[in-house]
Ligand binder design. Structure first.
Ligand code: CA
Length: 229
């Protein structure tokens, strides 16, 4: 049983650099996709939203700064962390990079280990369960590393799908997940599953969470999907 891998998009016009990045990110256990220019990057993000973007500043046509600005303007992509790569080391550029909304800024040439650490930092923020963190919501505790779940101190037995569902909910309490978004995150994009399957598994998850008379922490949002809290 594993949680869906964190997805990192690499935007870099130099093939050799793209390859080094993809190789190292995949060695860390992430799924990668790559774009060689800004237009392609914007298209890929719209198609398959990554968890983190490593974005080169110097790109042909649409610059990295412009890509960053556009992504941070849209509500659907604003929350995707962007790590900007730049050959420029002047302080002014760093400030400009961060002002555009980049979440972090790394100067080339960089040590790969340093960049991997920065990627991990961003992923821990946006995908805590996939990074093995312990998640808490009210009296529910989920340990993504040991796969243990408890409520009010009592262990709960969850099937693999219910476990992935609960970790998804617990990463973003309050967020309303559509059935399609849950399918993508919990079952994966390549598997065909009917959206009604989501309802079945949410039902099972509810049953386990509410045993011993605990209140139901999941909310059905009519016409939209489900939310925790
Ligand atoms: Ca470049």
């Amino acid at each position: 049983m594993r949680l869906s891998q964190p997805h990192v998009l690499i935007v870099e016009d130099e093939p050799a650099q793209r390859e080094v990045l993809a190789y190292n990110l995949e060695a860390e256990g992430y799924r990668t996709s790559a774009a060689e220019n800004g237009e392609e990057a914007l298209m890929l993000v719209a198609e398959d939203k990554p968890d983190v973007i490593v974005l080169d500043w110097m790109l042909p046509n649409v610059s990295g700064i412009e890509v960053c600005r556009q992504l941070k303007m849209k509500s659907e992509t604003r929350d995707v962390p962007i790590i900007m790569l730049s050959a420029r080391s002047e302080e002014g550029d760093r400030v400009r990079g961060l002002e555009t909304g980049a979440d972090d800024y790394v100067v080339k040439p960089y040590a790969v280990s340093e960049l991997m650490a920065r990627v991990r930092t961003q992923l821990r923020r946006v995908r805590p369960s996939a990074m093995g963190q312990v998640l808490m919501f009210e009296d529910i505790q989920l340990d993504a590393e040991t796969h243990r779940v408890s409520r009010a101190g009592k262990p709960l037995k969850l099937g693999p799908t219910e476990f992935r569902l609960l970790s998804t909910f617990m990463e973003k309490p309050g967020r309303v997940w559509s059935r399609e978004a849950l399918l993508d995150r919990v079952w994966g994009r390549d598997i065909y599953v009917d959206t009604r399957t989501v309802d079945v598994h949410v039902g099972r998850l509810r049953k386990v969470l509410t045993q011993h008379g605990h209140p139901d922490p999941l909310r059905t949002v009519r016409g939209s999907g489900y939310a925790l809290g």
